[in-house]
Design a protein around this ligand. Sequence first.
Ligand SMILES: Cc1cc2nc3c(=O)[nH]c(=O)nc-3n(C[C@H](O)[C@H](O)[C@H](O)COP(=O)(O)OP(=O)(O)OC[C@H]3O[C@@H](n4cnc5c(N)ncnc54)[C@H](O)[C@@H]3O)c2cc1C
Length: 397
Amino acid sequence: MQVGYSAEDEAFRLTLREWFESHYPRFKASWPGTPDPNELGWRRAWEDYVCQAGWSGLGWPAQYGGKAWPLTRQAIFHEEQARIGAPLGVNIIGHGILGPTLVHFASEAQKARFLPGILSNREIWCQGYSEPGAGSDLAALATRAERRGDHYVLNGHKVWTSFAHIADWCFVLARTDASAQRHKGISFFLVDMKSPGVRVEPIRQITGEADFNEVFFEDVQVPLDALVGEENGGWRLAMAAASFERGTYFIPRQVRFAQEVQALKALAADTPRPGGGSALQADPHLRRGIARLAADSHVLKLKGLRALTNALRSGPPGAEGSSTKLQWSESHQKMMNIATELLGERALAGPEPGGRDPRAALWTRDYLWTRAETILAGTSEVQRNILAEQMLGLPKN
Ligand SMILES: Cc1cc2nc3c(=O)[nH]c(=O)nc-3n(C[C@H](O)[C@H](O)[C@H](O)COP(=O)(O)OP(=O)(O)OC[C@H]3O[C@@H](n4cnc5c(N)ncnc54)[C@H](O)[C@@H]3O)c2cc1C
């Protein structure tokens, strides 16, 4: 059994590594001020740079401006980008979810209109799915789109919409047939965030940032050609979009996880104990915790490779994606718990960067942020349901 990439893919990796190593440090050095891995302006600027260098649409067909790389090469790209320490972009929803969905389901006119804006990063996208009464149970959504002559009229309230405050466009799930069965009366629309009647209210998070928002649609006129696929056929697109999201979502996160295990070890080595020596030397319980995280990191890497192999053989990942999501999000919380215990009262200074203790602030910010990770993209309970029903064959409740 071969665990890892082919020799050709490893040679390809070296070309990418060379590119990142020659461009990223220069880009970072030219940034006015201190680059903050979570700051949206910095994240956008790097993403623009990467796209302008032509590194986007990695898996899209060449006829739509893509590179048509197989998943393995896309994975290597994301690994190398994370390895150099570059931040995640702000248009990840456009590149990773909407782009592939349009390639598969949109009309040629829609592809010609929207794909170039994603490729160049000129247009930022957000995803309008969740509502106050529809999260895990997405098919309960109540936003309505009524057809009136040459347009639809959209009314509803979305919540937790990441990046809506900086987005140019939003893809929205809305009910177009209230009398149909829940999953059958839903359609998929592309909505201009500048349309009259769209209102965005940022939600302040526990980290102090406001990365996501409430979005209100009040009599928003949406042209007929903003409908992707068939009217009432939106659920199929939403499910396909979710499978595109799972394709390479965890790759940079797994690389980052491995880097964080090393950073945690360094934090433990730098944290003095009252009796002398460092926490790492003096505390076997702590060493066991870090060793477990190192094992988790390795397992996540192997799961990533298995998902790639399965995807190459038989299409997008199924229930095993839930196992990766669950393990990553819960181990990440354990990691941040250990970091916070190590920091002790230093963690009380809060997550704001630029304070007296920026190293502690970053850990504290990540500790707070990881609370969201067991909720976003499907909660832990929902992932456990999927594993129980689809992998273990347990009965549905
Ligand atoms: C950081 C972040 C970013 C997000 N970005 C977006 C975005 O860009 N666009 C978007 O549309 N949404 C986004 N979301 C929303 C996310 O998809 C929802 O929060 C998620 O689907 C859970 O829905 P909910 O919050 O309504 O919780 P609910 O579904 O109401 O769940 C509440 C609790 O009940 C449990 N529960 C629910 N159903 C079951 C069940 N069948 N069995 C067992 N337990 C159950 C859940 O696990 C949870 O503990 C984001 C969320 C976060 C945290």
